[in-house]
Design a binder for this molecule. Structure first.
Ligand code: HEC
Length: 200
């Protein structure tokens, strides 16, 4: 395109645009006015941006993304807390026995036990390790210093021993009630429910 006279763009009909001096790559252009539809789209985009910017950042008419996410998280936490509350309200011996026959729950309880309780109660709950006696009481026998009912066990694990110096602290503050219930279910999985307790 560089040889010969420069090619010229055709002017829009009805207008008499100026042909610009400038030649590039053999092309000379008219100084055309941009079409109105194009200009108005452009102006409206600019105005639209400012309107949106004012509404979003100054007027605060729309919720910021972060606030929306925080609100959702708060909602979920509230729902979880409600569920937990409902679970705790209905928690009794029968529910704990039932939980103790649910492998999904006892697996979670076991995971907690092996991190939190194993040092004093032993991996097999016998309060021994390699023949040596550990500080805790055995949890796989039928002797219960603080009561044999599931809710008694739940209580001692949640609230700890009346004699804190023995080492059995209250676990609820660090584990939360749901994990305490799971770990109690795991302990109960080593035991048989008394006659008449429905576990299925
Ligand atoms: C630092 C050692 C230690 C740790 C860790 C520990 N315990 Fe204990 N646990 C004890 C001692 C000591 C006793 C006996 C307390 C007493 O005689 O007052 C006890 C008592 C108990 C009892 C009551 C037993 C009975 O015969 O009534 C249960 C149930 C129990 N622990 C469960 C747990 C669980 C579940 C965990 C983990 C969340 C745990 N313990 C962590 C030391 C510990």
């Amino acid at each position: 395109m560089s040889e010969g006279s420069p090619s010229k763009a055709t002017p829009s009909p009805g207008s008499t645009p100026e042909l610009r001096e400038h030649v590039y790559d053999g092309i000379q252009e008219y100084d055309q006015k941009l079409p109105n539809w194009w200009l108005w789209t452009f102006y409206l985009a600019i105005i639209g941006f400012f309107v949106w910017w004012l509404m979003y950042y100054s007027a605060g008419w729309f919720e910021k993304d972060g606030i929306g996410v925080d609100a959702k998280i708060a909602e979920i936490n509230e729902k979880k807390a409600k569920e937990l509350e409902a679970m705790m309200a209905t928690l009794d011996d029968a529910v704990l026995w039932k939980m103790s026959r649910n492998p999904l729950i006892t697996a979670k309880g076991q995971a907690t036990f092996e991190v939190t309780c194993v040092a004093c109660h032993g991996k097999d709950l016998s309060a021994t390790m390699g023949g040596a006696k550990l500080t805790g009481l055995p949890l796989n026998d039928t002797e219960w210093k603080y009561g044999a009912n599931p809710m008694d066990i739940f209580k001692i694990v949640s609230k700890g021993s009346p004699d804190v110096t023995k080492g059995m602290i209250a676990w609820e503050p660090s584990l939360g009630p749901a994990k305490v219930a799971e770990v109690v279910a795991y302990v109960l999985s080593y035991h048989q429910p008394p006659e008449g307790v429905e576990v299925k």
